[in-house]
Design a binder for this molecule. Structure first.
Ligand code: V07
Length: 255
């Protein structure tokens, strides 16, 4: 499938256009597991954190592109509940990335009418991380363009166990009975309660598993995998994923 790169008048900004991609039938919610940053760095003889930094720049690129073509929700797996097990210096570096990202990119997010949100256990993040992200959430809360949803200290099983606890508490209080427990009620207790479910999951770097990401929400999503490391991922790969998604829908979706 050929991909061409026409250039806009501003020559610095390539606008990838995947031949055949129908911009009127895009997946509304795309979720991404941004894997391979450490391996990318290792292959270059660089420290893992260099891969994370480069990965952060790719986030900017993909957010701009998703916003530009009219994707409604982009959920990015930035930090999992498992990631605390990594070396201390790496965790510290990762926790500074939201600060770095927003220092350099928040004005552009505002300009693009992007709304920043998070899912995950936010309260245990370092205060500087919380402060930067809180400010971005606050300053973009009235934007009605792309919803940019960062999964930060997110784990799907933790999220679901929490949902069960919240429902159990309501039953104990007599607010609900077990008959009231439905899929919709369960969904309403998840971090994603006010979001549509992802249509497409992208995972980079060759691994083909969910790693505790959105286990409930991805029940009907299409999965798209690539060997490409996240720091090498660009707009053309993103569009190829959307293009493949559309073709699967055309072939199997039907009625
Ligand atoms: C992180 C860069 C992307 C590759 C995967 C891991 C490293 C952007 C953010 C971020 C998070 C919240 C926010 C603004 C930006 C981020 C972490 C890691 C922890 F409001 N990239 N990125 N956060 N990586």
């Amino acid at each position: 499938m050929p991909i061409k790169f026409p250039f806009t008048k501003n020559k610095k900004q390539p606008v990838p256009q995947t031949v055949g991609l129908d911009y009127n039938q895009l997946p509304e919610h795309v979720a991404i597991i941004m894997d391979g940053n450490g391996r990318w760095a290792k292959n270059r003889g660089m420290p893992r954190i260099a891969g994370h930094k480069e990965g952060m720049n790719v986030v900017k690129k993909i957010v701009s592109h998703a916003s530009g073509i009219g994707v409604k929700v982009l959920t990015l797996y930035a930090f999992s509940t498992e990631n605390w097990k990594r070396p201390k210096n790496e965790v510290e570096f990762l926790m500074k990335l939201p600060v770095d990202f927003l220092n350099t990119y928040l004005p552009e997010l505002i300009e693009k009418n992007v709304q920043v949100r998070t899912i995950g256990d936010f309260d245990v993040l370092p205060p500087h991380t919380q402060k930067a992200v809180d400010e971005a959430i606050e300053r973009t809360k009235h934007n009605d363009g792309l919803i940019l949803n960062f999964a930060l200290n997110y784990g799907s099983r933790f999220e679901m166990v929490n949902a069960v606890k919240q429902i159990a508490a309501k039953v104990e209080d007599g607010e609900l009975t077990s008959c009231d427990i439905t899929e919709d009620l369960f969904s309403s207790q998840l971090y994603t309660s006010d979001l549509i479910e992802p249509d497409l999951l992208i995972r980079t770097s060759g691994e083909q598993r969910l790693s505790n990401f959105l286990l409930w929400q991805l029940a009907y999503a299409e999965f798209w995998f690539t060997e490409v490391y996240w720091p090498d991922f660009d707009e053309s790969h993103f569009e190829k994923a959307l293009y493949d998604y559309q073709n699967r829908k055309r072939r199997y979706g039907g009625v």
